[in-house]
Design a protein around this ligand. Structure first.
Ligand code: NDP
Ligand code: PYC
Length: 341
């Protein structure tokens, strides 16, 4: 660890070691600590601060408040050839995904398409590491999860939806996959939390105060309601995520999740739906020809100076792999104050 002007410079290996040590100190079993640390390090490495190492504070809080089962053992089963179900046993979602992923990949390759329901987990993570891993395996991937009811429907000011992310991954020959992953709220809640920590105002269109008035006060939005992105369009997509990653897979909606939390301030409780499609299932031997045609679309986007989603992330990754990362000093202090294990 090297102190720099505005933070602490760390290699990714040092950051991984610190994350594992603090997660074990919080009480997580070693396999959970390793899986959770990996996604936090990936977030920090790729310049996604809202789901990077800052999440150590959130994860430790969820364990301390008894929201998460720290030594849960995920159970994987397959109720039908194209379906995988993982019961996460109340643990964090990362290990449940890791345990179910090999069977999901196998079933997608066998059936052309397969879906995995991850149930009974606590979820605070970004979804792009999951769809990126599936796309790296040659599959098209979609992932969805509800969260806590923090977001008002378009036209209302009271929370109904979670921040409900949608992630998509597309395999590309010879380069990193095309990946996007965003909340259906105007911004992820983690971003508003970072504004509150830094005492910075938020844009007026991010949310409402508890009285339903637009505000630039981050704390007021956190206590009031966030807005969906794109008005009624984001609102409908948020509802879709509630439905397909809640009732469809027998798990909680965001309203049910926040009720189950009971004021403990833990991370969302519920499920996740992951869909994987093997392009060869539709295309057979012509798969390479058709994936090559997709490249023309990417070239048309980049050819006019627009960027692909994830281009920023991959560039940040290259830089972090070379130079390491800098953790803001106040965050580093808070992390060091957590118990070690
Ligand atoms: P952002 O609005 O920051 O953007 C997300 C996506 O849009 C990324 O794929 C990003 O690529 C891409 N993007 C951003 N700007 C551009 C641009 N100018 N041109 C092309 N693409 C662009 O994300 P959110 O704040 O909505 O969400 C952040 C994270 O929070 C997500 O990873 C999500 O999974 C996570 N989250 C998790 C929840 C949970 O319950 N587990 C709930 C809500 C959110 P790039 O990264 O390259 O910039
Ligand atoms: O940033 O909105 C968010 C979020 C919710 C759960 C995990 N991240």
């Amino acid at each position: 660890m090297t102190p720099v002007a505005d933070g602490v410079a760390m290699t990714l290996d040092a950051l991984r070691g610190l994350a594992r040590e603090k997660l074990r100190g919080a009480g997580l079993a070693p396999d959970h600590a390793d899986a959770v640390a990996e996604t936090m390090v990936a977030g920090e490495r790729d310049g996604c601060a809202s789901h990077g190492i800052y999440r150590l504070l959130i994860a430790a809080n969820s364990v301390a408040r008894g929201v998460v089962v720290p030594d849960a053992v995920p159970v994987v089963r397959s109720p039908a050839s194209a379906l995988v179900k993982v019961d996460g046993g109340g643990g964090f979602a990362q290990l449940a995904f890791e345990r179910g992923k090999p069977l999901l990949i196998e079933r997608a390759r066998t059936c052309g398409i397969a879906a995995m329901a991850i149930n009974h987990v606590v979820h605070f993570a970004a979804l792009w590491p999951e769809v990126e891993a599936l796309a790296q395996a040659g599959l098209v991937a979609l992932a969805f999860t509800p969260s806590h009811a923090w977001v008002a429907p378009a036209g209302g000011t009271k929370p109904v939806f979670g921040t409900n992310p949608i992630a998509f991954g597309w395999p590309r020959p010879g380069c990193d996959p095309f990946v996007f992953d965003f909340a259906t709220s105007a911004v992820a809640r983690g971003e508003i939390e970072l504004h509150r920590r830094a005492d910075r105002p938020v844009p007026e269109d991010w949310g409402y105060d508890p009285q339903g008035r637009s505000t630039t006060d981050a704390a007021a939005v956190l206590n009031g309601a966030m807005r969906t992105f794109g008005g009624h369009k984001g609102s409908a997509l948020a509802a879709m995520v509630e439905l397909i990653a809640g009732p469809l897979i027998g798990d909680m909606t965001s309203a049910e999740s926040i009720r189950a939390d009971g004021g403990r301030g833990g991370s969302p409780i519920g499920g996740e739906l992951v869909i994987a499609i093997d392009p060869a299932g539709f295309l057979g031997d012509a798969v390479a020809d058709h994936l090559a045609r997709a490249e023309a679309m990417f070239a048309a986007i980049e050819g006019q100076g627009a960027r692909l989603p994830s281009a920023r992330r991959y560039a940040a990754r290259a830089e972090s792999l070379r130079d390491g990362v800098v953790i803001p000093r106040a965050l580093h202090d808070d992390i060091m104050a957590l118990r070690s294990g």
